[in-house]
Design a binder for this molecule. Structure first.
Ligand code: GLC
Ligand code: CA
Length: 567
């Protein structure tokens, strides 16, 4: 229903600041660069920007290890530039969301530095410090949990004689949210930014912020991921989020989207179902990015359209009338979607198809920088050239079971770094990203794939994104229509329908270069429908169906049926 909540009609542009645009010529993206590109972002039709972390950070996990929550990384600018950016974004009608990482800080954060000084330091209990266990004369960690990025989840501190918990990299110690002082710190951090004019937060791995008291051993259900049942979606997560909402967020007109690994649509509803228990506006579905892998991108499988459809329809159907979806097909944690779910050979066709496929569903679309021009995966010649900590971890694990060449292939396919190469602005040196040598490899295809070229071409992917966003805004059926999938078992076509007040929208997406016969679902007459979007020329339709061309997309609008029938 159209209930006037602004986040339901917005479209969000996601910036990974290090690789977006270098404004001061040191090879690193920054806020000065973003300032130069605000008109570009607005020209897409974006209503908001979400920044991956821009705070001071030693960059063990490129900003997701924060050493000061109330400042800006000097590589990116300072608070004055940020305030200017905020004002300029607002002037253009765009909101600004920050990434809030509450599960862990950097080990270089003063809280952690204090906490490791002594067991009775007032900050000691900000983190999970525990003595180890002695087994047959050997000291072992307090439990068997594993980290996502670097082996076991515990790191020993010689001086203190205790271990600290890190569910991600060693340099990302987990914060103890159980401690009310830690929650107080985060309330102040939220207020600090909201008072400045920030419009909301994307809350990093928010489903992990509570742990089972006593931190018990995990049942080793998967050799490489231990502990999930003790740190994922525990009931206290909801309690903490409710406290943040009541004490802070409710006092501002702001938006929150939770990042939620290991979370089904049912579980998500605990947090986002509209009503008195709602604590977040939206949640990010991980299953969208699992159609060609098992649980993690690093265990690849052939792409399965049915798996993708199941994931998307599941969230569409379960949230219908209850909660609002976050729609995305790319972010900074996954390789490029055209290289995964589409086709590099049919880059523009598949790029347009994928865009309409997800953006015409019910929810708030997020667009990740470079997605709108169809950037593709890098293929760097050696594993060492991929700087991400989780990439290096995956390569280390894979090298136990795979020959070198296969490890490189895996990394080329699945590394998060694929999404982190500099934005391709033009065919000028360094893709127009920077006057200096960029901090990370520019994709060699920038002379063919860049913003400047696509600005000139009315049929470019970039201009298709603009058209699509405009269409979504102009058509309530695209925003508020109900969702219904057709032909679920089809392995090559994704067909769904939206319906709102007598208007229907039929979205037909081919996920193959093969020719596939499409027949309109019962009750739909294509010759009475108007094709409103597509990626090929279409003249007329015969026999209420057609044979698809590679990665073909067609979107039909069937208007005012009720009135027609009444006549
Ligand atoms: C989230 C972020 C990812 C980061 C991790 C740890 O998944 O999206 O980039 O590495 O959390 O903070
Ligand atoms: Ca710079």
């Amino acid at each position: 229903m159209a209930d006037g909540k602004w986040y339901k009609e917005m479209c969000v542009y996601h910036i990974w600041p290090r690789s977006f645009c270098d404004g001061n010529g040191d090879g690193i993206g920054d806020l000065w660069g973003v300032l130069q590109k605000l008109d570009y972002i607005r020209s897409l039709g974006a209503d908001a920007i979400w920044f991956s972390p821009i705070y001071p950070s030693p960059n063990a996990d490129f900003g997701y290890d924060i050493s000061d929550y109330k400042n800006i990384h000097p590589d990116y600018g300072n608070l004055d530039v940020f305030r200017e950016l905020l004002g300029e974004a607002h002037k253009r009608g765009m909101r600004v969301f920050l990434d809030l990482v509450m599960n862990h800080s950097s080990d270089e954060h003063p809280w952690f530095q204090e906490s490791r000084k002594s067991r009775d330091n007032p900050y000691h209990d900000y983190y999970y410090w525990r003595p180890g266990k002695t087994v047959r004369g050997r000291l072992i960690p307090p439990n068997n949990w594993t980290s996502h990025f670097e082996g076991g989840a515990w790191e020993y501190d010689e001086k203190l004689g205790e271990y600290y918990l890190h569910l991600f990299a060693r340099k990302q110690p987990d914060l103890n949210m159980e401690n009310p002082r830690v929650r107080q710190e985060f309330k102040e951090i939220m207020r600090f930014w909201l008072d400045m004019g920030v419009d909301g937060f994307r809350e990093d791995v928010v489903t992990f912020i509570a742990k089972t008291p006593g931190l018990p051993n995990s049942y080793p259900w998967l050799p490489a991921i231990n502990g999930l049942e003790h740190f994922s979606n525990l009931p206290r997560v909801h309690d903490y989020l409710m406290e943040f909402k009541k004490d802070v967020l409710d006092h501002y007109d702001c938006f929150t989207v939770g990042e939620s690994p290991n979370t089904t649509a049912e579980t998500a509803l605990r947090y986002i179902a509209e009503g008195p228990d709602q604590v977040l506006d939206e949640m990010i579905a991980f299953s969208y990015m699992e159609a060609d892998c098992i649980l993690t991108d690093m265990i690849p499988r052939p792409f399965s359209l049915r798996k993708l459809k199941r994931a998307m329809s599941d969230w569409q159907e379960k949230l219908e009338g209850k909660a609002w979806n976050a729609l995305y097909i790319e972010n900074h944690d996954h390789s490029r979607v055209i290289s995964r779910y589409g086709s590099e050979q049919y880059r523009v066709e598949s790029g347009k198809m994928l865009a309409a496929m997800y953006m015409l569903q019910r929810g708030t679309p997020f667009i990740y920088q470079g997605q709108e021009i169809g950037m593709t995966n890098l293929r760097l010649p050696s594993v060492e050239l991929y700087p991400d900590v989780s990439t290096q971890n995956a390569a280390r694990i894979a090298s136990h079971v795979l020959p070198r060449g296969q490890v490189l292939k895996l990394i080329q396919r699945a590394a998060r770094d694929n999404a982190r190469s500099p934005m391709q602005w033009s065919a000028e040196p360094n893709a127009g990203f920077s006057k200096a040598e960029p901090w990370f490899a520019v994709n060699v295809n920038y002379p063919e794939i860049n913003v400047a070229d696509q600005e000139q071409d009315p049929n470019s992917l970039l201009n298709f994104y603009r058209k699509l966003i405009r269409f979504r805004k102009d058509n309530p059926v695209a925003l508020y229509g109900t969702y219904r999938e057709h032909d679920r078992k089809n392995r090559k076509l994704y067909v769904y329908e939206r319906a709102y007040e007598g208007t229907r929208l039929l979205v037909i997406c081919s996920f193959t270069a093969d020719q596939v016969r499409f027949d309109a679902p019962e009750g739909i007459k294509l010759d009475k429908a108007r094709q409103v979007l597509g990626n090929y020329e279409v003249n007329f339709v015969i026999a209420n169906g057609f044979t698809t061309r590679p990665y073909e997309l067609r979107v039909y609008l069937i208007e005012n049926e009720v009135r027609n029938e009444e006549k």
